[in-house]
Design a protein around this ligand. Structure first.
Ligand code: ADP
Ligand code: MG
Length: 272
């Protein structure tokens, strides 16, 4: 048990309703870097596109036990967890079936709480999980609400480009709505700038604006644009294994260190 004093795994949603901002890349590579540091990590792929699952080598054939079965059919967590080639990193895959979840659940009274029930502390502890990272779809749909209801906090990747901050108010509104109803304790874990090019004026300006507006919520670590990060999913590996010496791998290792220093209760157990 890594969370000293308070039992159970920490659950974090990685969310931004914009697509292509680095949610999946962050789920995979922050997850892998934290697993390398000794934590036992479970990624839950809630995106019908299933990019995190593909990027970690879960082939579509074996996607009969997925987050869809976990949410909609109520399958036990243990039945839908798949190992990856990275030690201590496992995943509940996503599937295209998730795209109809909103409609299928419309008359279900517990529709916002299904993931919270599925990720209950007892089942997570039985699997030895320290930290759950939920890779959210690019929308503020019922799936994302399920993720927020099930989470302790939300980590927001922000692409270093113009208009990056514009979408944040919508996201914050959804977080406030979930706080005022199902999950009053939902926190913002942080905002992480992704695909940054520090030689580029616009990228610098976005970073300055984000730090002005959001202060300490913005992680010190900035993830640069790095081609290795975009190549690694096609090799079904996190960048930390595909090219450990790349700038992308270094950035996610640094992000993992910063994350651990902000979460003193969540320390990796010394493993040999
Ligand atoms: P999202 O999950 O928010 O839709 P992704 O993580 O899938 O975003 O990233 C979108 C695309 O950008 C993917 O092709 C990914 O490989 C690429 N990408 C993400 N982060 C970086 C980065 N720091 N440098 C280069 N390419 C990146
Ligand atoms: Mg994604």
């Amino acid at each position: 048990m890594a969370e000293i004093g308070s039992p159970g795994a920490k659950v974090i949603s990685i969310a931004n309703q914009k697509g292509g901002v680095g949610k999946t890349t962050t789920a995979i590579n922050l997850g892998a870097a934290l697993a390398d540091a000794g934590l036992s990590i479970l990624i839950v792929d809630l995106d019908p596109q299933g990019n995190a699952s593909t990027g970690l080598g879960i082939d579509p054939e074996s996607r009969r036990a997925t987050s869809y079965e976990l949410l909609i059919d109520g399958d036990p967590l243990a039945d839908v967890v798949h190992k990856t080639s990275t030690e201590r990193l496992s995943i509940v895959p996503g599937t295209v079936d998730l795209s109809s979840a909103d409609i299928e659940l419309v008359s279900n009274e517990k529709r916002s709480h299904l993931l919270k029930d599925a990720l209950n502390p007892i089942d997570l502890e039985a699997l030895g999980i320290d930290l759950v990272l939920i890779d959210c779809p690019p929308s503020l749909s019922l799936l994302t609400v399920n993720a927020f209801v099930a989470s302790h906090s939300v980590l927001v990747p922000l692409q270093s480009e113009f208009f990056a901050l514009e979408g944040l108010s919508q996201l914050m509104l959804t977080i406030r709505e979930v706080r005022s109803s199902a999950n009053p304790d939902l926190r913002i874990e942080g905002v992480v700038l992704t695909m940054a090019d520090r030689r580029n004026n616009l990228s610098q300006q976005v970073e300055a604006d984000a730090r002005d507006t959001l202060g300490d919520l913005v992680m010190k670590t900035v993830v640069p644009r790095n081609v290795r990060l975009s190549e690694s999913p096609s090799f079904a590996l996190p960048v930390t294994e595909y090219d450990p010496t790349s700038k992308g791998a270094a950035a996610y290792r640094e992000l993992a260190r910063e994350f651990l220093s902000r979460n003193p209760k969540l320390q990796p157990i010394e493993r040999v």
